[in-house]
Design a protein around this ligand. Structure first.
Ligand SMILES: NC(=O)c1ccc[n+]([C@@H]2O[C@H](COP(=O)([O-])OP(=O)(O)OC[C@H]3O[C@@H](n4cnc5c(N)ncnc54)[C@H](O)[C@@H]3O)[C@@H](O)[C@H]2O)c1
Length: 458
């Protein structure tokens, strides 16, 4: 099938490359010349496990290409994904500027030569499918002086649930594919597009083996508005789960319970489930914060005060700074102390720093007058580029970050940090203080090697 994808970011690039590798004819439409140049060199502009070989293979087979010129692809594409960013505006509302630009470009270049499904894959506020329809009409009208025929296209919603760090696996082996459309032919078209995935009929690529026993991935078909809401509700629920774990952590440590044990204990209940119950410095990343803010704004627009969503966000705001408070309890004063920070990416497996809790923590440490030395296996380059205002030292390795430091804060639980013995951490830190923002280490083991260990909720 001929597919165009607006936006070659985390979502558009992974979706486009995977669909191309499955045999579809995919063209990415991107505005960043830098990204286009990298992709044309068969390199990925983002760090995502297994993605680069898929891009290379799909391009070598002639199934994947990238362009900055929508006019060369829009007219002939049967499915057009809009996967551009929808960042938050200062009031929390989603900024639909890029979606509008993409929709206008689709309208300007629509020819009617083939019937098209325009798909909102980006996370967009409830009702955005209607907006995209209007913008597509505006674009067409600019060129032709009238609106395009209704017969030529329809707008559908197909929210994305991939997780950065496992995006390729999530795209090939999703828990579900949600399709929202008001027209049957659009659903049929999208079902056909995703058939290799829903039937799991493809040969798994070497970089992304199929989970044992998986024989199909379900499709959930619904109306457009419910589909748009599903994405927001899913992220709100996941963020709430983490904030709930943090709420219980804060009570646990006051009464002497260990939140790690508590969450294991409740997670065994199948109604609750054990995932997304890790207490720590809270959630971050490009989606949870902005999607909760957007859902909150939507609720308020319709006269409803979403109290649970307010609380989820409030707990998370406080949680980020808990590690600094912990540090203040054991290291007085913080001014002039050297603090090592391990991990800046908002979670392991990605180089994405958008709304990373580490940034709030580093900001606060600097404000308090600490000297900060940071290490992250892959996100340091992004930190240098995105936060030139941070007066921090960049370490060459995790061990290097510890040298001469009074204390270590763990902000991102990269698995490679587990390879460094706790005894090495104890030897290298001058005061042996470890503030474990992710409950990554066994507190008893840390104490045994002489560390002054503080976790969250234990
Ligand atoms: N990142 C995730 O984990 C994730 C998961 C699910 C859903 N989403 C949603 O998907 C959407 C995209 O997120 P992302 O993380 O991929 O963003 P991103 O910033 O990584 O990528 C967006 C890309 O769109 C490009 N772009 C902007 N305007 C364009 C235009 N007019 N034409 C062509 N390209 C244009 C940008 O240059 C950028 O490369 C957002 O709505 C996000 O909420 C993201």
């Amino acid at each position: 099938m001929k597919v165009a994808v607006f936006g070659a970011g985390y979502v558009g690039l992974v979706t486009g490359a995977v669909l191309a590798d499955l045999g579809h004819q995919v063209t990415l439409i991107e505005v960043s010349e830098e990204k286009i140049a990298l992709i044309n060199q068969r390199r990925s502009p983002i760090f995502e496990e297994g993605l680069e070989p898929i891009i290379a293979r799909a391009m070598d087979q002639g199934h994947l290409s990238v362009t900055s010129a929508p006019e060369t692809v829009v007219g002939s594409s049967e499915v057009i994904f809009i996967a551009v960013g929808t960042p938050p505006l200062p009031d929390g509302e989603a900024d639909l500027r890029f979606v509008r630009q993409a929709a206008l470009a689709i309208g300007r270049n629509m020819t009617g030569e083939t019937r098209q499904v325009i798909v909102n894959k980006a996370t967009v506020p409830i009702g955005s499918a209607n907006l995209v329809e209007v913008w597509v009409q505006d674009g067409y009208r600019e060129v032709h002086g009238r609106v395009p025929s209704n017969e030529w296209y329809t707008v559908a919603s197909n929210p994305e649930f991939l997780r950065e760090g496992t995006a390729v696996l999530d795209t090939l082996y999703p828990d579900r594919i949600v399709l929202g459309a008001d027209e049957e032919w659009a659903i049929e078209r999208l079902q056909e597009l995703y058939l290799p995935i829903t039937q799991q009929s493809f040969e798994p690529p070497p970089e992304a083996p199929r989970p044992h026993g998986l024989t199909a991935s379900p499709v959930f078909v619904t109306d457009r508005i419910s589909s748009e809401m599903i994405k927001y509700a899913a992220n709100a629920f996941l963020a709430t789960k983490i904030s709930f774990a943090n709420e219980i952590a804060n009570v646990s440590e006051r009464v002497g319970a260990d939140v790690v044990q508590v969450m294991r204990g409740i997670g065994l209940d199948q109604r609750i489930g054990g995932r997304f119950l890790n207490a720590g410095i809270g959630w971050g990343g490009s989606c949870f914060g902005k999607d909760l803010a957007a859902l909150t704004v939507t609720a308020e627009e319709y006269g409803y005060q979403p109290r649970l969503l307010y609380a989820t966000q409030e707990v998370n705001r406080d949680q980020r700074l808990l590690v600094v408070k912990r540090l203040q309890e054991v290291l007085k004063p913080i001014k002039g102390r050297r603090i090592a920070v391990w991990g800046v990416a908002f979670k392991p497996g990605t180089d994405d720093l958008r709304d990373a809790p580490s940034l709030t923590i580093i900001e606060e440490l600097l404000r308090l007058g600490a000297r900060v030395r940071v290490y992250d296996p892959i996100a340091l380059e992004n930190l240098r580029r995105l936060r030139p205002d941070f007066d921090v030292e960049y370490a060459d390795s995790a061990e290097d970050a510890l040298d001469g430091a009074d204390a270590l804060i763990l902000a991102t639980e990269w698995p490679s940090f587990a390879e460094i013995p706790l005894s090495t951490i104890a030897e290298r830190l001058t005061r042996g203080i470890v503030i474990d923002g992710r409950n990554f280490w066994d507190p008893n083991a840390a104490v045994r090697v002489g560390l002054q260990y503080r976790g969250i909720g234990r």
